[in-house]
Write a protein of this length. Structure first.
Length: 451
């Protein structure tokens, strides 16, 4: 018996390829590719709170991840955003650490055009010190078509990260996304978007002592439809349906015997957002929603999710929380930041918003009004208070250096600025604007003798 045991051990040593099982992974050789998309909702507090039901309401950097047409129709002026979500899902995470997902970028809208440069981390599987994740860098352009439609296109660099201990195996490829928006009425809108399946192949040499770890990462095709209702700037309601395509032969990082993403999934989402209070220096907005997650992990149950988001904006501070809760899953985010535009308005560096605040609690959510809504969404709709034109914005930006001197400069610097302003007013040929400018200068102090 002893001789037989020794012979078996010797045979095992001779025939073993020499690969050890890595901590947290239930295998020693990888033979299947990875899935590169997750069914969970990510984004800023408002987008998470609305359960990601924003395919027809892409009004922020986070929301335009689902539909680039929002850059021309919903993104008013200049927008910038950085978000972080902390996720904990035992289906794709092993160990104590949460997964962190990021979104961020800048966008600008000058109807009929809109543009954006954005970054999204779209999925992560984490097992101890190993992970497989997907990151996307996008350049987007969108254009209004007439007064009720928009089309947008994103060119994407999709990067797959495969990290095994201290070794990194990263590769990338190009892809795209196309999206559209169409207004059914002044306040009802539909949206749609599509991105094809993207495969990111192996990169670099094999991981030491772990054959096959450097497999391809397959991102499924995504087809999305959405419906939105926006009666005014205080309320919005959205519903979306996301269809993720099937990818072949993919499996979990933690256990390659469990299929992951090998079937088509449908995910309905619904959410609403409502302003609870709006004053000159304070705003509160609440978002709530729900979505049904068809699991892409073999052998696990589907889940209903409840979502919540709260944003509070005192003066020029942005702060808030967002959460997404389901059975065995949590996603939360907390944010605090500074709104540069509101900061400049607070200190009088740029003019105040042309739309006066509601100045109270619980603004009427269903009373139709175009005031305060983005120009791209309200072309052809009458507004009580007209927003600044592109020319107005350019003049405001050009005048910022002088305003900075007026607020924070020395007495001599302020006098030089006022002298230059006086000369400019004198040369003005528009009598009405000239009279108004002289009145403003007199309010600020003694007018230069050149007038």
């Amino acid at each position: 018996m002893l001789c037989k045991t020794i012979l078996v051990l010797c045979f095992s040593l001779v025939t073993s390829p020499g690969y050890a099982q890595y901590p947290g992974l239930g295998y020693t050789q990888r033979t299947k590719p990875y899935a590169g998309w997750t069914t969970i909702v990510k984004g800023d507090n408002n987008t998470v709170g609305m359960a990601g039901a924003t395919i027809a309401l892409p009004n922020s950097i986070a929301a335009t991840e689902g539909n680039p047409a929002g850059f021309s129709m919903f993104l008013g002026g200049l927008g910038a955003q950085v978000n972080s979500n902390n996720l904990n899902d035992p289906r794709t995470t092993r160990g104590n650490a949460d997964m962190e997902e990021y979104q961020g970028g800048v966008g600008t809208s000058d109807p009929p055009w809109g543009y954006g440069i954005t970054y999204y981390s779209t999925s992560t599987e984490y097992v101890d010190s190993s992970q497989v994740s997907v990151r996307e860098l996008r350049a987007s352009v969108a254009r209004l078509i007439g007064k009720g439609a928009s089309i947008g296109v994103s060119l994407e660099y999709v990067k797959a990260l495969r990290e095994f201990g201290t070794s990194n195996y990263n590769g990338g490829t190009l892809s795209f996304q196309i999206g559209g928006l169409y207004k059914l009425t002044d306040h009802w809108i539909v949206g749609a978007s599509f991105s094809p399946e993207t495969d990111i192949g192996p990169a670099g040499p094999e991981a030491p002592n772990f054959y096959g770890f450097n497999q391809a990462v397959k991102v499924p095709s995504l087809t999305s439809l959405g419906l939105g209702f926006v009666p005014n700037r205080f309320f919005k309601l959205g519903a979306s349906l996301i269809m993720a395509g099937a990818v072949s032969d993919t499996a979990l990082l933690s256990d390659q015997n469990i299929a992951y993403g090998q079937k088509i999934n449908l995910q309905p989402r619904i959410g609403a957002s409502c302003v609870l209070a709006e004053f000159q220096s304070f705003k509160v907005e609440l978002a709530m929603g729900s979505y049904y997650e068809e699991s892409r992990v073999e052998g696990t149950a589907n889940r209903f999710h409840g979502t919540f988001g709260l944003d509070m904006n005192p003066y020029f501070i942005n702060t808030g929380i967002g959460t997404d809760i389901a059975s065995g899953y949590t996603n939360w985010s907390a944010s605090i930041g500074i709104d540069l535009v509101r900061t400049a308005r607070t200190f009088g560096i740029i003019p105040k918003d042309t739309v006066p605040p509601y100045d109270g609690f619980f603004p009427p959510p269903l009373v139709p009004s175009a005031d305060g809504l983005p120009d791209g969404f309200t072309l052809g709709v009458e507004k009580t208070t007209a927003p600044p034109t592109v020319k107005d914005v350019k003049n405001i930006v050009a005048g910022i250096p002088d305003k900075m001197v007026e607020k924070f400069g020395t007495a001599q610097q302020q006098q030089e600025v006022r002298k230059a302003q006086s000369v400019s007013v004198k040369k003005s040929k528009n009598k009405k604007k000239k009279k108004r400018a002289i009145r403003n200068l007199k309010q600020e102090g003694p007018v230069n003798e050149v007038l």
